[in-house]
Design a protein around this ligand. Sequence first.
Ligand code: TGC
Ligand code: FAD
Length: 387
Amino acid sequence: MALNPTDLYDIRSLLSEEERMIQDSVARFTDEKVLPIIGDCFDQGRFPKELIPEIAAMGLLGSSLPEQYGCAGLNAVSYGLICQELERGDSGIRSFVSVQSSLCMYPIYAYGSEEQRLRWLPAMARGEVIGCFGLTEPHGGSDPANMKTVARKDGDDWLISGAKMWITNGNLADIAIVWAQTGDGIQGFIVEKGMKGFEAHEVHRKMSLRASVTSALYLDNVRVPEANRLPNVKGLKGPLGCLTQARYGITWGPIGAAIACYTSALEYSKERVLFNRPIAATQAVQLKLADMARRITLAQLLSLQLGRLKDAGSMQPAQVSLAKWNNVRVALDIAREARDILGGAGITTEHPPIRHALNLESVITYEGTETVHQLVIGREVTGINAF
Ligand code: TGC
Ligand code: FAD
């Protein structure tokens, strides 16, 4: 029996029936709603906001959080499959869901008061309140411990000043989870759109993640009530704990981008006839396609095992770093090679590889650069901190 070229190890058979159903429904959404418009969105530098109500109605926002907050209560593997199928469409769509779910809803759930959870989570799950996450600052994102944004207590309120850079959803968001230095370590605050002194400025001229909103945030003595401080965490482990959630999803997402590029190259190579035979009949192209299939299979197994560890409650941040490093690198290399197989046709957004390759240049940088994740593994295996 012929094997499935995008699932050579029948990894799908390792999924539960519920996980397969979720994967299929998100795959249908990507095929029917994302793929027909995404090339134009990328060309126009436009995030397709019109998809938010359907993404929310499908339960994809905060999908792993409990049902009592209006969320779907799915397991980690299902969240991963959601990321994979969305990023098969575009990294920008997956980014939107990652930020809303793992970087905004998760900290409110994990570090917020019950009042904050009830106020924000159901509306965020419905897509009525959109969030962004402000950790990175202009002077250097890899070292968030060197944070310059400060929050000072003023009576019952806090006054927050500083700047955040490269913030996904920034201009789209109704609230921002802003991390700031206080006299008592780094703390997280829910800063609301419209608070005096708070501004978001969109980043233009991007050549990557063009179908996603990226912004700079400016905070000039923004008065934030104590009720908006996340009370249950202090220190860098707060934001880093959110990153572990988001990075986990990002190990899965680029597998979708890689599958889109590999499939595009596979189909094209069977039809493109040069020197009297399809280029798929040449050894050089078959080697490339076989190597793409090998790397996709390994990435799928890595993320699935990571998801099973997460569901069992034993996933470690260093394991996430290894999978984020491997799977994004695999996807970026596959996207570039698929672009090459398409020849000149590969340079336009009529075909997905160049769009994915450009997007993945951001994905390999955000949520910890490739180097940061390599150094996390280096630290884990040597016991020596090289940062
Ligand atoms: P370090 O001393 O290692 O740790 C400080 C405290 O944090 C704990 N910790 C973690 N906790 C949870 N998850 C993790 N991944 C954690 N890593 C560390 C650690 O145990 C410690 O806790 P405690 O209780 O002892 O205080 O901190 P360090 O300053 O040496 O930094 C280490 C380093 C370089 C790995 C870290 O700073 C880092 O990861 N830098 C990269 C920053 C980054 O990834 N930024 C991403 C911004 S958000 C984003 O990009 C969103 S894009 C979203 C999209 O559009 O999809
Ligand atoms: P730097 O930290 O200045 O790194 C520059 C170079 O130095 C990199 O190659 C890096 O690997 C290397 N380097 C760093 N440390 C070392 C070392 N010890 N040894 C050797 N080399 C090293 N941030 C948010 O907070 N929220 C968001 O929503 C968000 N969304 C983003 C969306 C996009 C499209 C992009 C591009 C970024 C986003 N980011 C976001 C920011 C992202 O997390 C940072 O860009 C990333 O952490 C790297 O920080 P930096 O850009 O300041 O690069």
